[in-house]
Design a protein around this ligand. Structure first.
Ligand code: PEP
Ligand code: MG
Length: 574
């Protein structure tokens, strides 16, 4: 099941399903004024008790959980909100509903009102309204609702949504993770889980209903996955992943502020791959020195039409503002292949990976391309942004792309809009023709970034998405390695910067080899940075060069992997 991973880490445990005590409508109508007054009094007393309860929880939390305290303040505000009282009293007085029925309806309508709001944060507050409603109902009738029992160790909570009182009052020490049907990044489960370091996946949707009490659950908060009743192989696989995650967290603590320098003094740049400004905090938390690949597709996906220049500008500006003036390489739209846009109406193709995609679309739809470039240029005032073109296969495409960039710059100059006039331009090297002619391409740009994900699939004629042939997809194939080495060498000969932003950058087996080839920058998902840094700080360039020399003579990737593993074992500190 796929949801939104809001708090990283992996847990394996037993499902505990939280069902709300749903108070039902009674349909009882009030017969006289005395009954009306009594019901209003019951309401006021229940609200008063509810406020006192929350104040007690606040005292217990004081000094230990700022996020939790803030949420409770919001709850007190809702509890004492005059509108909820006015609406409830009106139903009691005018419609002669009893207090329980009146309140259930008022809360239901108010929850809906919040859910319909466009603002993600405000919409998530519908859980607060529901929560205070449940609390008042419980206090109207003390037989309703029960406090939660202690959990067994390694409990994974499965719930529609988590309310602040659920998360704050629950006996959390045995809770190993949360998965919720509803919710986004600002949902309560997300906030609480993150602040307490518990893996969490929210927004799983109706699929979560498949989970039964006591099912075995694997929760992968880093990738937003919930796996129900996994087989023994999957459990083993995730136990290893969990160990890696924990080891990574330990390394992180030690290595965050250590520079990535080899024993013999060569500094290697470690940067992160991101998909939006929100990922920026992680970049620095894991010790990244900027962004080697900002995939911009996310902004174009999950919507009904192309984002405007203004929307794009805000998107890039957010990342720029959070970048602490470290470089951020923004890749222009890389759509097509596996990444489709429903509203673009791209026709089905026989070979989408070899088809109308990435820079090919940008050069065909210059209107879209100019808009994106103008937005990036405008955001370049707020940080050290660089522009990178994907899927370049020849010199002509770079020249054409640069012409479009010149058009974008001129339009901004005409509008008297500021931008970085010296913005650097680079390309992805991810097609064999580009890697082979790297000497020619290097003369056109300021930097290269090697995209091994695509380079590997195009060099080996292996679809990177096809499970059946996944064993053939092999970045250690000598052909791929030769193309990488050539790209790095040609970059150096032409004095341009060269990085690598495919998944190979985070493969510990490849680190020594790539340093030996002279790679200057490794860009990867932020969580992998400490692992790779650990290898770099344990290695030396002389050793890496020798490793590289030996590997480049080997004919078979299996031998290469075995050899690289041995080399890592020899030097690994941990
Ligand atoms: C690559 O191809 O290596 C790359 C980094 O780009 P993407 O995975 O987005 O195609
Ligand atoms: Mg690619």
């Amino acid at each position: 099941m796929k949801g939104i991973g809001v708090s990283p880490g992996i847990s394996i445990g037993k499902a505990f399903i939280i069902k709300k005590n749903e108070a039902a409508l009674t349909g009882i109508l009030l017969e006289n004024e005395a009954a009306v007054l009594l019901e209003i009094e019951k309401f006021d007393t229940a609200v008063k008790i509810s406020v006192e309860e929350i104040e007690t929880i606040k005292t217990q939390l004081a000094g230990s959980d700022e996020g939790g305290l803030e949420m409770l303040d919001v709850q007190v505000e809702f509890l004492t909100d005059p509108q909820i009282r006015v609406d409830t009293v009106k139903k009691i007085r005018e419609d002669k509903r009893n207090v329980q029925d009146a309140l259930i309806e008022v809360i239901r309508d108010t929850v809906q009102l919040f859910k319909n709001l466009d603002d993600e944060y405000l919409s998530a507050r519908s859980a607060d309204v529901q929560d205070i409603g449940d609390r008042i109902l419980k206090n109207l009738n003390s037989s309703m609702g029960s406090d939660m029992q202690p959990f067994e160790p390694d409990t994974i909570i499965i719930a529609d949504d988590m309310t602040p009182s659920d998360t704050l009052t629950m006996d959390i020490k045995n809770v190993a993770g949360f998965a919720t049907q509803a919710g986004g990044r600002t949902a309560h489960a997300a906030i609480i889980a993150k602040s307490r370091g518990i893996p969490a996946v929210v927004g799983c949707g109706m699929d979560l209903k498949m989970v039964q009490q006591d099912d075995i659950i694997i929760l992968d908060g880093s990738n937003g996955l919930v796996i129900i009743n996994p087989g023994p192989e999957t459990v083993e696989e995730y136990k290893i992943k969990r160990q890696e995650f924990l080891k990574n967290s330990e390394l992180l603590k030690k290595l965050k502020n250590v520079p990535a320098i080899t024993i013999d003094g060569k500094q290697i740049k470690l940067t992160a791959n991101i998909s939006g400004g929100d990922d920026m905090d992680d970049v620095f938390n894991y010790g990244g020195e900027g962004v080697g690949l900002f995939r911009t597709e996310l902004l174009y996906m999950g919507r009904k039409s192309f984002p405007t220049e203004e929307e794009q500008f805000e998107f890039y500006k957010k990342a720029a503002l959070k970048s602490k003036h470290k470089p951020v390489i923004v890749r222009t739209l890389d759509i097509g292949g596996d990444k489709q846009l429903s509203y673009f109406g791209l026709p089905a193709e026989q070979n989408p990976f070899l088809g109308y995609r990435a820079i090919r679309i940008s050069l065909d739809r210059k209107d879209l391309f100019v808009t994106q470039l103008k937005a990036i240029l405008r955001a370049s005032v707020f940080g050290d942004l660089k522009i990178m073109f994907p899927m370049i296969s020849n010199v002509q495409e770079i020249r054409e792309a640069k012409e479009v960039l010149a058009v974008a710059k001129n339009e901004l100059l005409d509008r008297n809009t500021e931008f970085n006039k010296k913005i650097e331009i680079g390309i992805m090297i991810e097609i064999p023709s580009a890697a082979i002619t790297a000497d020619m391409l290097a003369r056109e740009v300021d930097f290269f970034s090697i995209g091994t994900n695509d380079l590997c699939q195009y060099t080996l004629a292996v679809d990177r998405m096809n499970e059946k042939i996944k064993d053939l997809y092999d970045p250690f194939h000598p052909a791929v390695l030769r193309l990488i080495r050539n790209t790095i060498e040609q970059a150096h000969k032409n004095n341009i910067h060269v990085g690598l932003c495919g998944e190979m950058a985070s493969d510990p087996l490849a680190t020594l080899l790539l340093i030996g080839m002279g790679l200057e920058e490794f860009s990867m998902s932020a969580v992998s940075i400490p692992f790779i840094k650990n290898i770099i700080t344990s290695s030396s360039v002389s050793m890496a060069k020798e490793t590289c020399r030996k590997v480049m003579e080997m004919e078979n990737s299996q031998d290469i992997r075995v050899f690289l593993k041995e080399e890592n074992n020899k030097m690994f500190k941990v």
